[in-house]
Design a protein around this ligand. Sequence first.
Ligand code: ATP
Ligand code: MG
Length: 764
Amino acid sequence: GQNSAPDYLKGLNPEQRLAVETTEGPVLVLAGAGTGKTRVLTTRIAHILATGKAFPSQILAVTFTNKAAREMKQRIGILIGEGNVEGMPWLGTFHSIGVKLLRRHAELAGLRSDFTILDTDDVVRLIKQLIQAEGLDDKRWPAKQFAQMIDGWKNKGQGPADIAEGDARSFANGKGRELYKAYQERLQTLNACDFGDLLCHPIRIFRANPDVLKDYHRRFKYILVDEYQDTNTAQYMWLRLLAQRPDAGRAATSTDLRSSEGRKPDRASAGQVAPAEASERSSHAAVSENKVNICCVGDDDQSIYGWRGAEVDNILRFDKDFPGATIIRLERNYRSTAHILGAASHLIAHNEGRFGKTLFTDRNDPEDGKVNVHAAWDSEEEARAIGETIEAYQRQKHNLNDMAILVRASFQMRAFEDRFITLGLNYRVIGGPRFYERMEIRDALAFFRVVANSGDDLAFERIVNVPKRGLGEATIRQIHDTARALRIPMLEAAGNLAESDELKPKPRAALREVAANFERWQKALETKPHTELAETILEESGYTDMWKNDRSAEAPGRLENLKELIRSMEEYESLRSFLEHVALVMDAEQNAGQDAVSIMTLHSAKGLEFETVFLPGWEEGLFPHQRALDEGGRSGLEEERRLAYVGLTRAKKNLHIWFVSNRQIHGLWQSTIPSRFLEELPESHVEIAESGNSYGGYGNPYGGGSFASGRGGRQNPYGASRFDSVGANAEKSGAFSNTYSTPGWQRAQANRTEATDRNWGTRS
Ligand code: ATP
Ligand code: MG
């Protein structure tokens, strides 16, 4: 009975408890925000471990971010004692689990286990080289665009052989497929892979090596997936492979597959994933025979990665994929006040393509404030006002850790960072361009990467002439050509050239030194502690001195960053595990351990919760984002609305939404109009705050709950115009007044198409 239940089960509601205790067979928890889905997953793992159903290493648990994985581990530790959670090697993101699998079986993908994971920059540089090598104009056929195409293909689990004719033709006069193939070959020569490969290679390995797959079938007794609504096709295929339990009826198929066992993949087909999805789905029937213990949780209303290939259908099809699945709905929201929940539910109801859910809360505190909507003149004022509000909360003894600013596009962060630095307000940017992307850090990492993997030509190229050693373009080209001709790493080619008389004495001496340096450092890799080695590398290469001798204002900061880099390596066992961490960590935290406001994109806020949430920039064109509207039509708008829903439902108690009347984009001022999403919030849960008085006494300056504009003549294209009046301070200039005439706002939107940030969200 309830009383004899272990502590970790107490406090769960009956549906949550069912989801935790139904450990055998497939389970889907389909439920709205804040209903305890993640808590169910965490408790379920605790339960499986506590009842001895599996060892920690037999549980495969997928979270959406590394941060979420860390938190989950922590919470399980709290539930059942830290000692019992150790050795959960398979708790992580799809990518971090993928990299672990690939390291173990690299040779089956034609790689060595010390392969490098390339970041987006590397990938673009590499593709650019390939485009140029093809004699194509890389202005006409931008590398960045092709990198995105490849990413899209990989999200669908498609290798060069799988992509549709039309898709292959659409780039570089029909050379798309060839380029993709050349790219995969090049990666292999470099002993490298990109993010997409972290999933696609394992899929391919599993398919070609049934025994390897079978091994994992035996290993993973329980599979759990959070945020299932945002899995893409490749992730889905990967999961399906691991969740398959071939029964006797499939023996024939297994035998067929076994004949390919141990076959070494030929170069040309590396990175391909075939057969495609279709055959994956046709094997569903086999699953019902032997139930698989897979538990997925998700919310179709929070599917926000469609633009990156996520398929919300994966969640809606779960019971077909896993016949006999127990489907559990959770309806009680434990996170937010009734006002916040009411606002969010009302907003998301505007979407047509949804499953539909009920959400309620027992919270009924008359002290709970409504959702606050504020207007500001421009983004500087917005940042200033939000800064003041945060300080006011701080005076009321609220922790900065409990507050977050969630932006639609990462460019919005700059204003807040600047303002908070001025105020001396601690903040951390989560998932944005950060520490590891700074120039000096990337340089240092390039040195380390070559030491860890001498085949890492991209890293080698980055630093071969850093600090300047008088190696010109011509010499580097020569290294390149030699490497290519002999199919050897550039580092090795440089060593060869240093010993030949093909070069002039000066570059020859420089190369000899480079080669000798790396040889020495690579030897030291085995003997020296890695932090010490890292320091040595930066000193002996002359890199530290380069910045010491630099008179620019940034130089001292860069030296500090390098110190910080070395410091941060201490947490890792080896140089390689550190480099792996760097490659994976897209949700790094700054100011860790300190009280600090979090700043992040809405995309990376998924699954998180904060006492107080600020949502700036609710303007047409920014949110909903113009590009999402242009590219996705109605479904683009619906995804934006789900993103708004995610944003609103992050808040537990206080929610402040902002919009500005003018936004400066690329140095040009543009007048804006309030987001249509503001109009979609129910009046009963919203309070319009007086600008410039954003904390306390949220009185509506326009009295009587009247939302009417009071300024005749203008028309809001979205009908009701209650947010007109909030922008009253826009009368500082005439700029705002013409935005409501149709041509004006259309123009404003059109202009904005180009101007907004493409860098949304983060990678898991
Ligand atoms: P999201 O969709 O945003 O990821 P979620 O469904 O995963 O939300 P959780 O983050 O698991 O929801 O839970 C939301 C909050 O409610 C958390 O603070 C959690 O601790 C709390 N909570 C969940 N279930 C209960 C419960 N039975 N009793 C008390 N608090 C609960
Ligand atoms: Mg969650």
